[in-house]
Design a protein around this ligand. Structure first.
Ligand SMILES: Nc1nc2c(ncn2[C@@H]2O[C@H](COP(=O)(O)OP(=O)(O)OP(=O)(O)O)[C@@H](O)[C@H]2O)c(=O)[nH]1
Ligand code: SF4
Ligand SMILES: [Mg+2]
Length: 397
């Protein structure tokens, strides 16, 4: 990525701090326009304000201006809760304070951000009154005047430096695992759930990525066809990639030295964080009676008789691990506010989510201290083949 190249995905940047320190003024200074109302009275921003903006040198971002974290009264508590919800969703946080510096609230906020692993910068605003220096602090900071537009470029540079590597460098789908002329066998069952006359998009994307690597793709329907294909091949395949619903059968049919993975596992790495999802899957076998598991889907849809979230996944866990597990479900863009009551979150494959949106959801779980995995990885884990299917991706056990 060049210094000013626009990124494909929007980064969420939140401004947090006490009332009246100049959060809204700072947002306006960053965007060079009146986005948020500024007033000398405390508590001006009540509901969070979001602003989509092309921030040079980062690219597309969404800024969130929030209510002060010291807002008073019953409504104030609700606003603080809403601000904290945004805190769990941002990719980068800006902790705004003024000439009064770092007090109790900022210290607690910074501790929270460190614990949740959220990259942040502290902004000492109102430098036209008194310039603060961050000498002795162990965090990045910038002294600015939102009112006079002083040092705002330094803040933009600091924000750019905070963009996490995993956001900047998305992994490949499969091509990094291949050399030209390697062969990949894809197992794509054509059953009643397969769409008529075509393959599903994740399968097409994997095949395309194989071709982009100048490698060769064989496409077969099941483990028997896969074995026949292997027998006909002069050299062993570099990788066999199967649909998750056949992973147990394919793993049993193929010799153990044949590298095997699933479409879901490739996508878990491509779109999310395979290490987090793999670690989350290890919790499955420890589930016991009464443990609460949240099954989360990114969109709402009509529930079918063999619905994976409502029917198949709970049945798989009840049958193979423990039939006393207590399931809850969520669908849509929001997780429940309190994830702490769950022993595990099992998320859908997130086909409608971008990589950054997927990572944000995983991070929400990590920040709440709750293990998270996804449908595809969970199916392989419950079937006892997880270590085999992550091995070709170089996952450290
Ligand atoms: N001197 C000076 N005053 C500033 C600066 N930035 C903001 N202010 C003033 O501080 C007051 C509060 O600014 P806001 O931007 O509304 O502060 P806020 O943090 O959004 O406040 P809430 O929405 O109430 O939480 C206003 O009177 C601003 O004009 C600055 O850089 N210098
Ligand atoms: S798997 Fe895709 S379609 Fe299904 S709930 Fe998740 S994002 Fe939506
Ligand atoms: Mg405000």
């Amino acid at each position: 990525m060049s210094e000013t190249a626009p990124r494909g995905e929007r980064i969420n940047i939140g401004l947090f701090g006490r009332s009246n320190v100049g959060k809204s003024s700072l947002l306006n200074a960053l965007c060079g326009q009146q986005v948020s109302i500024v007033d000398e009275r405390s508590g001006t921003t009540t509901d969070a304000v979001s602003k989509i903006y092309e921030l040079i040198p980062i690219g597309p971002v969404t800024f969130f201006d929030t209510a002060g974290l010291d807002d008073k009264g019953v409504l104030g508590e609700k606003r603080i809760e809403a601000t904290k919800k945004i805190l769990r969703k941002v990719d980068i946080a800006v902790v705004v304070t003024d000439e009064t510096g770092i007090g109790k609230l900022e210290t607690a906020l910074i501790a929270d951000l460190k614990r949740m692993n959220v990259p942040f910068v502290v902004v000492f605003n109102k430098s036209d009154k008194m310039a603060m220096t961050a000498a002795g602090f162990d965090f990045p900071s910038v002294s600015v005047s939102a009112k006079e537009g002083r040092n705002i470029d330094a803040l933009k540079t600091a924000l750019k430096d905070l963009v996490p590597d995993h956001v900047k460098n998305a992994p490949a789908l499969i091509r990094d695992l291949l050399s030209p002329s390697d062969t990949v066998v894809c197992v794509t069952p054509i059953d009643t759930s397969a769409p008529k006359g075509r393959l599903i998009l994740p399968q097409v994307q994997v095949i395309r990525d194989v071709l982009d690597a100048r490698a060769f793709a064989y496409v077969v329907q099941d483990q028997n066809d896969c074995l026949k294909t292997l027998e006909n091949m002069k050299t062993a395949p570099k990788l066999v990639v199967t649909d998750s619903q056949l992973v147990k059968q394919v793993a049993a049919a193929l010799p153990s030295e044949v590298p095997l993975t699933t479409f879901s596992t490739l996508f878990a790495r491509y779109k999310g964080d395979i290490d987090i999802l793999y670690a989350g899957a290890s919790v499955l076998k420890t589930l016991k009676k009464g443990d609460r598991v949240l099954i989360a889907e990114a969109c709402s849809h009509h529930v079918q008789d063999d619905d994976i979230a409502r029917v198949k996944m709970p049945a798989l866990i009840r049958k193979n691990i423990c039939d006393g597990v207590d399931f809850s479900w969520s669908a849509g863009i929001d997780f429940p506010d309190d994830l702490s009551e769950y022993s595990l979150v099992i998320h859908c494959g997130g086909c409608m989510l971008s990589r950054l949106e997927t990572l944000r959801r995983l991070n929400e779980c990590v920040r709440a201290g709750v293990p998270v995995t996804n449908f595809g990885i969970a199916i392989s884990a419950v079937q006892g083949v997880l270590n085999r299917i992550v091995a070709p991706l170089g996952i450290k056990r």
